[in-house]
Every structure is written in C-alpha cells, then in structure tokens.
Design a binder for this molecule. Structure first.
Ligand code: GDP
Ligand code: MG
Length: 183
C-alpha cells in the first residue's frame, strides 16, 4: 500500500522517488518544488536526501515525501529500499546530454525490478531552459514515453517551468490509484 496512512494533519502520504543519472537536476527539481530555490552550483548528493511538501488535490490534503537518490553506483545495492512503498517515480534526464536520455532504459529496468507494478512513472526532460544546448528533442522524449506507457513532461529547475506540474499534476493520478486500491 503506497498511500501511507496519515494521522490528523493530512489524508495521505505519498512517497515520490527521483531517479536518473548524476547531474540531470534531481536535487534542483526537489529544491525548486519544496523551497522555490535554484541552486546553480552542483552539490553531489551522498546516499539520499529527503524533502517534504504538503499539497491539496481536490478536497484531499496530501503530504509528498520526496526521496532524492544519489545516482552513485556505490548506493545501487540499497535501491530496493528506495523503491519500496513508492507511489510515484520521477525519472529525470537532461535534454542537453543525450547519454542521460539513453540511460533511461536502464533506470526503467531497475524500476520494474524493485517498484510496485502500479507505481506512476513520469519521464522528465529537465533543463529545457537551455534551448541553445538542447540535444534531445521534445518529440523524442514524448515518443519514448508513449512506447513505455509513461507520463511525460519537460521542466526547468532553473526557471521553475512545469516543476509544480511534475509533482502536483501527477498526484491526482496517484490518488486515484490509491483510492481504487491499486497501490
Ligand atoms: P543531480 O545530480 O541530478 O541531483 O543534479 P543537481 O540537481 O545537483 O544539478 C546538477 C547541475 O545542473 C547543477 O549545477 C544545477 O545548477 C544544474 N541544473 C539543474 N537543473 C537545471 C535546469 O533546469 N536548468 C539549468 N540551466 N541548470 C540546471
Ligand atoms: Mg543530487
């Protein structure tokens, strides 16, 4: 059951896990969503970082617990722990670095091994503000998402474009999965 019970202050707690190659902007997306801040200097995530934000979906109050995973190989052995109870996976690549898009398949394989079959997976093409350095088109991301039945969105953790949408927009789908007993 991914909709963890929540006493008093909210109706549900949803665990959101952010994954993807190092440097794609996972920590910046989490920080932009929770604190409306953009951090220009790359700060390497060691192990895992944890953020929270409370949102409203219709009449429901939802606490999002956001797990920001290190992409470092050293920590892959505890990947199973990160994925357990996850209601939503945000799989991020960098639209200016093609290899991060190529690696999305590898991340998906790990998801399928460890996460619940009904977890909502959102493919996120981040850094869409860097239009002059873009190497992965919107259409490529969208096509991949259609083929693998993922949600798709492009974001910028720098300008905050679509950041709320990536988290809040998906929570209605997660809520429906929880309410219908699929998670
Ligand atoms: P992580 O390793 O995936 O957690 O990546 P970080 O969140 O630490 O970001 C890596 C680098 O990319 C940092 O220098 C950020 O400032 C930069 N960055 C992250 N998101 C964006 C974005 O949307 N636009 C731009 N221009 N830079 C970004
Ligand atoms: Mg990080």
């Amino acid at each position: 059951m991914a909709g963890l019970s929540c006493k008093m202050s909210c109706d549900h707690i949803f665990k959101y896990v952010i994954i993807g190659d190092r440097g794609v902007g996972k920590s910046c997306l989490a920080l932009q969503f929770t604190d409306n801040i953009f951090q220009a200097a790359h700060k390497i995530t060691v192990g895992m970082e944890f953020d929270k934000r409370t949102i409203n979906v219709g009449s429901k109050t939802i606490k999002l617990h956001i797990w920001d995973m290190s992409s470092d190989e050293t920590f892959r052995y505890i990947a199973k722990l990160y994925y357990s109870w996850a209601a939503c996976l945000l799989l991020v690549y960098d639209v200016t670095r093609r290899e991060t898009f190529t690696h999305v398949s590898t991340w998906l394989k790990e998801n399928r091994e460890h996460a619940s079959a009904n977890v909502t997976v959102v493919l996120i093409g981040n850094k869409c503000d860097l239009s002059d350095r873009r190497l992965v088109t919107y259409e490529e991301g969208q096509q991949f998402a259609i083929e693998h039945e993922l949600l798709f969105i492009e974001t910028s953790a720098k300008t905050a474009e679509n950041v709320d949408k990536a988290f809040v927009g998906t929570s209605a789908i997660v809520l429906k999965n929880v309410e219908d007993g699929r998670l």
